[in-house]
Design a protein around this ligand. Sequence first.
Ligand code: MF3
Ligand code: CO
Length: 250
Amino acid sequence: MAVVLKSPQEIEKMRVAGQVVREILELLRSQVKPGATTLDLEKAAEAGLRERGAKAAFKGYHGYPCVLCASVNSEVVHGIPSRKRVLKEGDIVSLDFGAVVDGYFGDSAITVAVGAKIAPETERLLRVTEASLQSAIAVVKPGATLGDIGAAVQGVVEAEGFSVVRDFVGHGIGVHMHEDPQVPNFGEAGHGMKLRAGMVIAIEPMVNAGKPDVRVLKDGWTAVTDDGSMSAHFEHTVAVTPTGARVLTE
Ligand code: MF3
Ligand code: CO
């Protein structure tokens, strides 16, 4: 599959989808508290889509059963919301959410602390992962490379003694959730495909407090850290414009 460039009109449509994703993620953030279940968050996300006349991006994708991915503590990505998963003080939960409006996709993720008391090391993991995403966004402009993005993420993460997950990557996005190119969170500056104005990509660092290795649980979806360490995930849908990045999901 080749990279499909988007017109300014298409990028406006993707921004509408991105705004729906943002609004719903902020709603979910406000509902993260001790005692809430990840299924409560799924229900709130479904209601948010319904109220806005938007469609779910994830539900049915390769058989994924929900509109939201909710990954707790050592779960890296693709946690399936469940009535049995009760959030407690000191947990972290990664909320990955996508929406489709008028045929265009938006995709974004945040990791949120549950309650007020969180271990300083876990707090640092969240800060560093979000900072790694921002440093990647800062290098986006025509002529920069995919390697520049990966190197930006990796540089921030590894300088802090954390590790970048290799088994999952970011992606192009548009009229499909996953389009070319793949956008790794590791790499060498100056290497890889050059970015062009009109490309839209989802940049999504997944960062482990311990080793980078992950495995998938028997449910076929939930990816967890092999060493049981905490993991964080932040994601934005980003358009490459003639002057730099435009974040469609902020
Ligand atoms: N944000 C995730 C991604 O970019 C969403 C995929 S979850 C799935 O790949 F359930 F839809 F597969
Ligand atoms: Co994504």
